[in-house]
Design a protein around this ligand. Sequence first.
Ligand code: GDP
Length: 188
Amino acid sequence: MAGVTWHYVLKFIITGDAAVGKSSLLVRLTDQRFLANPDPTLGVEFGSKLITIPEEEKVVKLQCWDTAGTESFRSITRSYYRGAAGCLLVYDVCSRQSFSNARTWLKDVRQHADPHLTCILVGNKTDLCSDDAGPAKRNREVKTEEAELWAKQEGLLFVETSARSGENVELAFEQATRDILLKIRNGV
Ligand code: GDP
């Protein structure tokens, strides 16, 4: 891979209800940090990151777009989806409402995005329902098995993450990237 900056540039979009942690996942991926009190009016809109998929011997540049506060208007335009190869569909494992709404988000994605888009369902904030969450601890409202089953039925990849601890955040993007590279290799 000597001399290669990257082999592919892939556009990713991050959708889901407000406050599920979309900006935080993006900041964690690109900047390896977590903001406990981000300014909700200043959603992070864009971040880019190089990742390596060793078994494919490929370096991929991810260009990730967050909905940055427009989710409450449900008015995400076609241009947002245009050219996207991957999508993170995010919910909060402590919010059943955000999981139910993921169905609506998926509908929107299917309506606007390329039919071959790789979509990964991401259950975020797992740290909040762990025993070391201390006074912040919240009840888990969406079981892993339930989300996994729904993802399977819908043909989505699935992972649970914590933007706070960083757990599985890179993995979420890596899994989706692997799937996209496979599609590229198979000429999809
Ligand atoms: P967005 O509206 O979907 O972009 O959500 P934000 O990234 O702005 O996050 C909303 C709130 O949830 C903020 O207070 C974040 O600090 C918090 N948050 C995001 N991800 C996590 C996480 O994995 N764990 C915990 N404990 N809090 C999180």
